[in-house]
Structures are given as C-alpha cells and as structure tokens.
Design a protein around this ligand. Structure first.
Ligand code: ASP
Ligand code: MG
Length: 409
C-alpha cells in the first residue's frame, strides 16, 4: 500500500469549517488506498499569540516553559482533526510528539534526532489514520520541545522519512512554487517540478512555502515533496532529486527561477593596508561572532588611500558586525566603516547552469541594458547572484524573468 504524509499549515487549520475541509482531503487519500499520517500546524496566528503570552509573563523566559506553552497550538488542532475524522467514520487518532516519540535535541529551536515508527506501524496494521502535531518533540529528559518557527514542515518530512513514506504532501495556502514572486511578476509560472537544490536556492520564492530545513532533510532522505493548495484542487509542485528529472535539457529552461533577498546589508571598510593578512584580521572577529558573510568585493586602490573592502551580512547581523569590527579596529587598521541596507540580492537559479555557459554574461547584459548597476557578485554551481540598489528590485526581477524565458505566454 502506498504510504503518504499529509501536512496542513496554519491557514488550512484555522477554524472548524477548514478543519472539516482538511478531513475531507484526508478521507479521500485514505479511500484511494493510501496509508496516511497527517501532520498539522496550529491555527494561523496561534503560535504568535502564545509567544506573546510568554513575553507578557516575563521578559526573559525559561525555554522549557516556552515550549510547554507554544506546543499547545498543535495539540489543539491535532485533537480537533482526529475528532472530525472520527465523525466521518474514520479510524483516526492523535499521537503527541512524546507518544511516538519524536526525539528532539533541546528547547525552543530543537532539532529532530529521531522518530520511532513502531506506533505508526501498529496504526497502519489496523487501517488507522494517525494525526500528529507538527512543531513538537520530546527531549531525552522527557520534556516537551519545539522545533523553531515553521517547524511543522520539518516534522512532516522527518516523519515521512521515518515511516518510509512514498511521498510527503505539504498542503498550504499557495498552490505551488513559482518561477518568481507572482506579486512582482504577474506572468510568473507555477513549476511542475523543481529539484531540492534549486528549492534551497530559491528561498525568496519558496521560503514562505516551506521551512528551508525541511527541504534539506528531504534531500538527505530523497523524500519526494509535493507543495499544493488545500483550498483549490490543482496539481502542485513536486520537489525531487536531480536524477528524477530526465527531460531537463529538452523541455526545461536552463534557469528555473529568479529569487530576490532583501535581507542583505552591505559593509564597506576604507583605508585598509595593502598587505598579506589584512583580510584574515577582518573576517576572524566576524567568524568569532558567528556572523555569516555572503558576498565579498575588494578593490585594489582608492586614490592611494589604501584598499577598500565591501561585503554583505544578513541585515539582522549588521549591528553585531559593526560592533565586532569597531572593537578590532586597532588590529585591523582601517579609516572608516560605511554601511548600507538599501540593497537587494537578485539571483538566477537553475541546475541547467551546470551544462550551460554564459548565464552570468546574459544576466549582466540584461541588467546593464536597463541601467542597473551591479555592486557585488557571487556564484555557485547552480546560481548567479548580484547585489543591486533595492529601488531596482522589481525591474531587475522582471527583466531577468523575461530574459531567461520564464514568462508565461
Ligand atoms: N505553529 C508553528 C509556527 O507557527 C509551527 C508551524 O506551523 O510550522 O511557527
Ligand atoms: Mg509554515
């Protein structure tokens, strides 16, 4: 019998009527002859509400107790879905994280260490349906733990891997993964298939759809994921391994999607000594402060006043980065730190890039023709990213989407 995990996000679980609709989708899959485990999120907005209560209780709160509070949202929806399924005549039962168990590494942003599939095997033997709260697990001390925001996706994929499911379906409020953000490019197309690697790189297109961690996990276990709408009966997007896409070169574009990331801030250091070791003295304190540096550009000389170095960090780390550099100023030796948050990283992503040259050239040409200045560049095997002024975000995404043949006819 085929085995599937069905995961429903917060908007799909928000209220009795929607839960009834979800129960209908679960019933349909069970009647098709699948063994089904369902993973649910808390009702939309509920986790935020519970976190707010923790904040009101104390400005600094114990993560163990935080987990006790926030894990409750998923407990409610899993119980309600089980009741609803039972009302439809199905043999459904909820199992909390500690009842399987789903073992988690620690509090508030725990990692899944392992899931025991024994209980579920028993459920399937009796033609039952298991409903499991996402986002929660249990520590080795027997305490409740949660997995970090958006963690239900990871619960679902981990569960699918543990029970050796054939597929993990992620039901959400969008109907799939698009070539770019449809709010920027109305002619964005829904992708039938995308590889794990591409999905990881397409974060700005897909981040709202799936917790990135869950994609990495699916890739590790080669677990096919399907993103689909719980509101419309439409085919979704399959996220699969590279080897399951044979028609890549004939039917697919070299570029799969255009992503953009507003979450980059630029740091520029001036008056650096032109000597070996300068870069090491700059990046060591940043690494020590756990700051991820993304793009790096170094220019040789600026009117004879030494070298200039520009790099980017996540916007949230900017203040930390500046503080770390200021503290090491004597050692590094620089004139000035300048920062700029009015930048955006725009990326062209596609595994087809591996066998096609000239993607970067085409990207630079396309942006140049529109008068868009490129501040920095990075590339990987399947991605070319450029840093530009944020005022050009929409224009850049739109012209690249067209240039790489992604527009819907
Ligand atoms: N309810 C949790 C959150 O909002 C987990 C999830 O829905 O994925 O972050
Ligand atoms: Mg989510």
């Amino acid at each position: 019998m085929p085995r599937i995990v069905m995961k429903f996000g917060g908007t799909s679980m928000a209220g009795s009527e929607r839960i009834r609709h979800v129960a209908g989708l679960v019933k349909r899959e069970a009647e098709r002859g699948n063994e089904v485990a369902v993973v649910v999120s808390a009702m939309a907005g509920e986790t935020d509400r519970l976190i707010q209560f923790c904040r009101e209780a104390a400005s600094v709160y114990d993560p163990r107790e935080y987990d006790v509070v926030v894990a409750s949202g998923e407990q409610v929806t899993s119980g309600l879905l089980a009741i609803t399924l039972q009302g439809m005549g199905l043999n459904a039962k909820s199992y909390m994280g500690w009842q399987l168990p789903i073992r988690a590494s620690g509090h508030a942003a725990g990692l899944i260490e392992g899931i025991d599939a024994e209980v579920l095997e028993g459920v399937f033997r009796q033609s039952g349906i298991a409903v499991i709260p996402g986002f929660q697990g249990v520590t080795d001390r027997g305490d409740l733990a949660t997995l970090g925001r958006g963690g239900s996706d990871t619960s679902a994929v981990a569960l699918a891997a543990a029970m050796k499911a054939d597929r993990c379906d992620i039901y959400t409020d969008v109907d799939g993964v698009y070539t770019t953000d449809p709010r920027i490019v109305p002619r964005a197309r829904k992708l039938d298939r995308v590889t794990y690697e591409e999905m990881l790189e397409l974060a700005s297109v897909g981040a709202k759809v799936l917790q990135t961690r869950s994609v990495g996990l699916a890739m590790r276990y080669n677990m096919p994921l399907q993103v689909l709408s719980s509101f419309e009966d439409l085919p979704g997007t399959m996220i699969v391994g590279d080897d399951s896409i044979e028609d890549r070169n004939m039917e697919r574009n070299v570029i799969t999607g255009i992503a953009h990331d507003q979450n980059e801030a630029m740091v520029t250091l001036t008056g650096l000594a032109d000597e070996p070791g300068t870069l090491a003295r700059i990046f060591a304190p940043l690494a020590a402060a756990n700051i991820n540096v993304d793009m790096i550009v170094q220019s040789a000389h600026e009117s004879g006043d030494g070298r200039v170095l520009t790099f980017t960090v996540p916007t949230a780390s900017l203040a930390h980065a500046v503080a770390a550099l200021e503290q090491a100023k004597e050692e590094i030796g620089f004139d000035e730190i300048r920062t700029n948050t009015d930048v955006v990283k725009v990326s062209a992503v596609g595994v087809g890039m591996r066998s096609n040259a000239g993607i970067a050239a085409k990207m630079f040409e396309t942006l140049g023709a529109r008068g868009i200045n490129i501040i920095a560049i990075t590339t990987s095997e399947i991605k070319v990213s450029v840093l530009i002024h944020e005022d050009y975000t929409e224009l850049a995404v739109r012209v690249l989407h067209t240039a790489f043949g992604l527009d819907q006819d």
